[in-house]
Design a protein around this ligand. Structure first.
Ligand code: ZN
Length: 98
């Protein structure tokens, strides 16, 4: 299980979304530069963090409305997402060290 802190940048409200999956090494990419980096998907996850039945379309392609602040793993480890420094980003985006 892992959690993602998603912030609505317009209101600064942060919600914690929980996922019944183990964190994998490509999840940083997935949440920062992959599909979950897009506001359309973050809009759904932010809504569902409060109401699991939330559904509302949000236009694809923007990256300003929501921030994924960090992932929190089951052991309490926090992994920075949009908040990663350049150095952290480089290490996290290249999980093989390449
Ligand atoms: Zn999208």
């Amino acid at each position: 299980m892992y959690k993602i802190a998603i912030q609505n940048n317009e209101t600064s409200e942060v919600r914690i979304a929980s996922y019944d999956l183990d964190w994998g090494k490509y999840f940083f990419y997935f949440w920062v530069d992959g599909n979950m980096g897009c506001d359309c998907n973050r809009h759904l996850e932010f809504g569902r963090a409060k109401d699991p039945k939330f559904y509302e379309k949000f236009p694809c392609g923007s990256h300003e409305k929501y921030s994924a602040l960090y992932a929190e793993l089951e052991d309490g480890t926090k992994i920075p997402l949009d908040t990663a420094t350049d150095e952290e980003y480089y290490d996290l985006i290249n999980p093989e060290g390449g």
